[in-house]
Design a protein around this ligand. Structure first.
Ligand code: NAY
Length: 289
C-alpha cells in the first residue's frame, strides 16, 4: 500500500513566534480527519528555512508530542550549518522520530564530494534512517542517478523525497534501486509519479486534499486509470487555484476558513492581503466544501 504524507505547516503568530496550539490542531486534523499515513515535519511547507534553531526544535517536539506513534514521522533536519543538522538529527532521534530527511546543501554550489560528506556526517552520530530531500527547483542541486547510487552506499540512507519533475531520472532511479523508498514531492504530478512506481507521496496540498489523493492512489493500484486521471484533474484544479493565490499563505488561510487554526506565514513570506483572503474563501467554497 502506498503511503501519503502531509508536509506539516508551522502556525506562526503575527510577530513570527510559534503558535503551538495551531500546530497541534494541524497535526490532529491530519491524523483524525485526513487520515494520512505520516507527516513530514520541518520541510519547505513547514517554513523550516525561515526559522531559528530553537523554533525548529520546538516544532519537532510539538509534532511528536501530539502525533505520538499514531502515524509515521519524518523530520527534515537539513541546514546550511552542518553542525546544526547534526545536532537536530540527534535531537529528533532522541525524541523518537523513526526517520529523518535532509535537503541537499544549497547556495554555495557544493561539489558532490561535499554533498556526500554532509550526508555521511549527519548520519555518523545517529542511529536513524535518512531520506535525501531532492528539490532542484529550490536548491539548484540536481543529483544524477550515479550520485544517488553513491549516497546509497551509506546503508542508513534509505531513499529519496523526490520533488522533481524529471521523470526520466525518476524511472532510472526507481528501476536501478528497487528497494529504496521513493516518495514523490510534487502533488500536481502524483499520477505520473505513481505510474513510475513511487512508494508514496509527501506534499503541502495533502493538508487539505488528502482524501482525494488517497482515492487516486487506490484507483491507480486497482488499475482504474480513468478514475485516477479524473481525481488528478480535480486535485490540479485546486492546486492551480492555490498557486495563483500564493500557495503557502493560502494553505493556511483555507485551513483557518475550515476552522483549523493555522496561524500566518513567517516574514519574509507574504502576510495575507484582503485579496488573498477572498481568494482562499473562494478556493474553499469551489473545491473543498
Ligand atoms: C516540503 O518539504 O514541504 C515539500 O517539499 C512538500 C512538497 C511541496 N513542495 C514545495 C516546494 O512546496 O507539495 C509540494 C508543492 O507545494 C505542491 O506540489 C505545489 O506545487
Amino acid at each position: 500500500m502506498k503511503k501519503l504524507y502531509s508536509a506539516l505547516m508551522t502556525a506562526f503568530n503575527d510577530d513570527g513566534s510559534i503558535d503551538e496550539a495551531g500546530i497541534r490542531e494541524m497535526v490532529r486534523y491530519n491524523i483524525d480527519v485526513n487520515k494520512v499515513d505520516g507527516l513530514y515535519v520541518g520541510g519547505s511547507t513547514g517554513e523550516n528555512f525561515n526559522m531559528n534553531h530553537d523554533q525548529k526544535k520546538r516544532v519537532f517536539e510539538i509534532a511528536i508530542d501530539e502525533a505520538k506513534d499514531q502515524v509515521d514521522l519524518i523530520a527534515q533536519v537539513g541546514s546550511l550549518d552542518l553542525n546544526e543538522s547534526k545536532e537536530l538529527a540527534k535531537f529528533v532521534t532522541d525524541l523518537g522520530y523513526p526517520k529523518i530527511s535532509a535537503v541537499t546543501p544549497f547556495y554555495y554550489n557544493y561539489t558532490f564530494e561535499e554533498i556526500k560528506h554532509y550526508y555521511n556526517e549527519i548520519l555518523k552520530g545517529v542511529d536513524n534512517k535518512l531520506l535525501i530531500y531532492s528539490i532542484p527547483a529550490l536548491t539548484g542541486v540536481s543529483l544524477s542517478m550515479e550520485q544517488f547510487g553513491e549516497l546509497f552506499e551509506n546503508p542508513k540512507i534509505i531513499g529519496i523525497k523526490y520533488t522533481n519533475a524529471d521523470f526520466y531520472l525518476l524511472e532510472r532511479v526507481r528501476n536501478t534501486f528497487p528497494d529504496k523508498l521513493i516518495l514523490s514531492g510534487f502533488d500536481e504530478m502524483l499520477l505520473p509519479a505513481l505510474a513510475l512506481g513511487v512508494d508514496g507521496a509527501i506534499g503541502s496540498t495533502y493538508n487539505l486534499n488528502a482524501k482525494r489523493a488517497k482515492a487516486e492512489m487506490i484507483a491507480f493500484d486497482e488499475g482504474n486509470i480513468e478514475k485516477a486521471r479524473q481525481l488528478q484533474k480535480e486535485s490540479n484544479d485546486l492546486i492551480t487555484a492555490l498557486i495563483k493565490n500564493d500557495i503557502y499563505p493560502s494553505l493556511k488561510l483555507v485551513f483557518n476558513e475550515m476552522g483549523v487554526h493555522a496561524g500566518v506565514t513567517k516574514e519574509p513570506m507574504a502576510k495575507p492581503t484582503p485579496e488573498m483572503r477572498a481568494g482562499a474563501e473562494k478556493i474553499y467554497n469551489d473545491y473543498l466544501k
